[in-house]
Design a protein around this ligand. Sequence first.
Ligand code: GKR
Ligand code: MG
Length: 435
Amino acid sequence: APNARSRDLTVTEVRLTPILVADPPLLNTQGVHQPYTPRLIVEVVTADGTTGLGETYGDAKYLELAEPLAGRLVGRRADDLNRLFTEADDVAVDASRVSGQVDVGGLRGVQTADKLRLSVLSALEVACLDAVGKSLGLPVHTLLGGKVRDSVDFSAYLFYKWADHPEGVTAEKDDWGAAVDPAGVVEQARRFKERYGFTSFKLKGGVFAPDEEIAAVRALAAAFPGHPLRLDPNGAWSVETSLKVAAELGDVLEYLEDPTLGTPGMAEVAARTGVPLATNMCVTTFAEIKEAFTRDAVQVVLSDHHYWGGLRNTQQLAAICRTFGVGVSMHSNTHLGISLAAMTHVAATVPNLHHACDSHYPWQSEDVLTERLTFEGGAVRVSDAPGLGVELDRDRLAFLHRRWLDDDGALRDRDDAAAMRIADPEWVTPSVPRW
Ligand code: GKR
Ligand code: MG
């Protein structure tokens, strides 16, 4: 019968397309973003002719897991996700890819075999949900139990930034200009507000000495009174420095994000300041929750569906946070519109989401969608179209894949320190805490 056939959700093919997308020279504590950053685009095709989309990190360590994990999906129904996740546990991870601890290169916390697998599974899960949703005519948020809000708030993600990538480096030009001091940061914030209507701001810190970053946040507070503000140095500060910053900015901060590295340090800061602490570094796996919550080390966990293992795991994380009275919001890394759509769908279903989510999306001038997602009043409207509600632009995908193919390997693994060394050959990723 045509009806039964039209709902044959057996996965017949998984297409994996690595791409390189343009990225501006954004500064962080490790260095600077490279001119192009890798992402992996996933297409899951089902027997009824539906294609679902997913997106995740595109570095080699993820690509080498994507093939075997995609292999586990073929022949299985796209709605058979719990079993896929369980069986994926025995897909081998190359030991050299796993540090087991937070290293200075780890802006997103520990690297474990589980986390690597989950980072790839998240894209497969999203693509399956997109396919199931499209096939059944239901939006992804409905598959997740339904939305509790019609739009999701995002914060403007401000970065210290050079006007251009270092001379001689092939790059796409952006129109954001430089931001290397308080005036530059305020100007960037103004543009974010003008272009997208954001009403809360996060500044990526750990780039300049804490006093300079304190001055930048003060300047933001003066320019945008009453707007929630956050500062995130990615663990670049000692406990004492964290406490000093908390004392100086306590009256204007919504929260301080990963001021120092590791749960014990965060717990010490939390015990000695009233400023809430958020993290995407010391709680990045389910295994890390117990210690952090028991010690009251963090007041807000920033989820990221990529490394937490997808949208359903994000809901589980939110439920645990709710149980312990810990807030939840969303972390972001360089990403495109498929991921923004996924983030928006899951965020729409989380009742206890009380802070605007992070997104790098405004920094990405390139995408693989026929139509970009838009921010209005700093929010993304939750789509009620089937699946994620986004469509792949195959020409763009092919173009960005060609760039990946043409690369000599230099940009296929994100390396902010290597990018910084082009401007400053002496640069070594600072040991943490830097200040
Ligand atoms: O894009 O430079 C960056 C960020 O620093 C990113 O790598 C972090 O993972 O945005 C992230 C964060 O909030 O820590
Ligand atoms: Mg962070």
